[in-house]
Design a protein around this ligand. Sequence first.
Ligand code: G6P
Length: 611
Amino acid sequence: MCGIIGYIGECQAAPILIEGLERLEYRGYDSSGLAVRDGREVQVVKSTGRLKRLAEITDNGKALYGFCGLGHTRWATHGEPSEVNSHPHQSSDGEVTLVHNGIIENYAEQRKKLMARGYSFVSETDTEVAASMLSYYYKKYGREPLRAISETMLRIHGSFAFGIMFKDCPEVLYAARGDSPLIIGRAEDGYYLASDVPAILSHTRLVYYPDNMEIAEIKRDSVRFFNSDLEQIKRDCVEIMWDNSYAHRGEYEHFMLKEIHEQPRAVRETLSRYIKNGEIDLSQSGLTDGVMRELDRLYIVACGSAYHVAEVAKYEIERVAGLPVETEIASEFRYRERELSKNGAVIVISQSGETADTLAALRISRQRGLRAYAIVNVAGSTISREADGVIYTQAGQEVSVATTKAYSAQLAAVYMLCIRLAAVRGRISRRVYDGYIDELTSLPEKIGKCLENQDKMRWLAQSLSGAEDAFFIGRGLDYALALEGSLKLKEITYIHSEAYAAGELKHGSISLIEDGTLVICLMTQDELIPKTVNNITEVKSRGAYVITVAAEGDRAADKVSDAVLYVPKTDRMLMPSLAVIPLQLLAYYLSVARGHDVDKPRNLAKSVTVE
Ligand code: G6P
């Protein structure tokens, strides 16, 4: 949600800021803006709509002169996406220029106070209030920027990552964070601040991660870190190993399609990080065999697609490892009053490692004395740093807002967790364990097979492009997958879509089935097939157009469906990894057929760092 960037150094700032914003656009894309300075004079340019417009207005940044600046790409929280509400914002006295990612919850109350102190406001945003707070404390406490920032931070309720310029300090950028992500990059030509690493990866791989409630004072050739008491803190620079090729679309028309194709690699690399010589070893994540043996319960908490992975984990860890699992959406978990078992552990799942609700769930769990582990894709993210241990998925950077390869890599991680739990808790024999490892190892190749035959998917999507509603149904693991298939479809095609446990449909929603209603049925779990066939027959007899996803060799689907999408056969636990591929492709090609911006669907952002 919103991306911020800043630069101070030997080069012209604006082109660097525009390029960084391009990499951050997945965080928000309803408006954008730049503030660039040469000495005390700060030039601000803003534009609504996609970043392309800002780039056009500024001739890719070449129209702005200055070696220091800030940039912002917005996902609106307070106030519509208009030019006046776009960042950067300035205090009404012009002392402070600010970009912000987060939400300031007490902004209305602070706004009133500041108005009484002579400040005025032009926008509806919480950020403009923060700019004037900074100015107020700056003037009140001896025109000391660090003091002004710490005083402001302590009075803010909510979340923020700030990039700040003070009019009087042309040679310094300031940054501060409270719960929103922020990194500082060190390069030969100067220093950078950004919401995340990909924004600056083409300039440097050397990154500092400020902690919560810390301030960075950034000059052309140095950076210093302070806590909110203004004591200086030592921070080490980390070298980022990410492959920059993830940031480019290459031959693909969209990042989503590229990332769909990267799934065999994402899964292979996730598995090979933890499977060595035929053994799953998760001990580097703190989930040692000893810990796994003692657990009496798991709480798996996440948002969005990561929550759908949690649902798969629940079914399989309970079935195969015999360990009770509760899953919960992070935004519910964090506010629910309930008992948690002291011998339980929490596992949060997050691609970005920055999702505000998931992070809050992690913190709450730890405060309540539970061990809290994380399955995370982005190394160095806040969740990865605060968890008791991390299983890292190896999907690489994911750009498209709709997740594909990160979801698949998360599935790989939970399979390993499940199989290891089952082994150390004595629920499966060595033979069964080895069988699982063999199947896991062949998974990337089978995913590759699912990616063949895209012409059929394209054709099918074309023929369905007028659909207005869709229902995804399945039982057991297929229900967990239906949740993901339905989300994928609705988020990028804007077709109304719902996922139902196949047996539940007749308790109300079947009344929505009419002639031609699209029903996508998942039927990959052998022992549930006869039951699901009944449910297909029920919707078919009410006129539904049924597409079924089934394993090769299963003929039951043929008899009752209008179209069948076959995927290779594997162990039932692993079937979601294969069956999800046609669902992703269908959503992708439908979105293309309907003429949507596949990688940047309306109203969404990839990294949800506000509540
Ligand atoms: C957003 C993304 C989803 C993602 C969810 C959780 O809604 O669009 O693709 O599943 O956030 O994000 P996380 O980074 O925590 O996995």
